[in-house]
Write a protein that binds this ligand. Structure first.
Ligand code: ITT
Length: 184
């Protein structure tokens, strides 16, 4: 069985990729090494910086991911600041900022980096369009899941099973690309 180290402290992300590979010959192993999330404009740069930081201390192939929610009415906020915003103003703060708007479209993005020792990473990007709800709904998932409904659905990510969320989500798509690459 192929081992794939995943550098993350986020148990929700870990559970989602583990669900996706459960029928494959791949075992995803968490390594919570931590890396600084630099203040830049896009997720790709955050992921690449993270890879360089980890390569200095870890000598095996690994993956890491940077993800974020980009809300149109808020000009792409919280975007690259999604983690900080989640732990500060949280979902209630986001819903309050959007109290008076009917423009509720948003985009979830996920950037996976696959890196081998001493090599540049290969990036895999997944996106999921959707809308921001008026109220929080559901108890599954993590992060912004209770306020995000993917396009073509009526349930929030937090009202879906992991398997169902993977079918629609930014992460599901990025992981599928990564798995296609690893198969070759
Ligand atoms: P790492 O250790 O893997 O970096 P993290 O929690 O720092 O995990 P990110 O910076 O990639 O994760 O993501 C920023 C935030 O965006 C994260 O804390 C969540 O609140 C949110 N987020 C990411 N993916 C999400 C998803 O699928 N559903 C809901 N919220 C998500």
């Amino acid at each position: 069985m192929k081992k794939l180290y995943f550098i993350t402290g986020n148990m929700g992300k870990l559970a989602e990729i583990q669900e996706r590979v459960k029928t494959l010959d791949i075992k995803v192993i968490q390594k919570d090494l931590g890396y600084p999330e630099i203040q830049v404009e896009n997720l790709e740069d955050v992921a690449e910086y993270g890879v360089k930081h980890i390569q200095k201390q870890f000598n095996e192939p690994f993956i890491l991911e940077d993800a974020g929610l980009f809300i149109d009415d808020l000009d792409g906020f919280p975007g690259v600041y999604s983690k900080y915003v989640f732990y500060t103003i949280g979902l209630k703060g986001i819903l309050k900022l959007m109290e008076n708007t009917t423009k509720r479209s948003a985009l979830f993005r996920s950037v996976y980096a696959y890196a081998e020792p001493n090599s540049k990473p290969i990036l895999f990007v997944g996106e999921c369009k959707g809308t921001i709800t008026i109220k929080e709904r559901g108890t599954g998932g993590f992060g912004y899941d209770p306020i995000f409904v993917p396009e073509g659905e009526s349930k929030t990510f937090a009202e879906m099973s992991r398997e169902e969320k993977n079918r629609y989500s930014h992460r599901g798509k990025a992981v599928d690309e990564l798995l296609d690459f690893l198969k070759k």
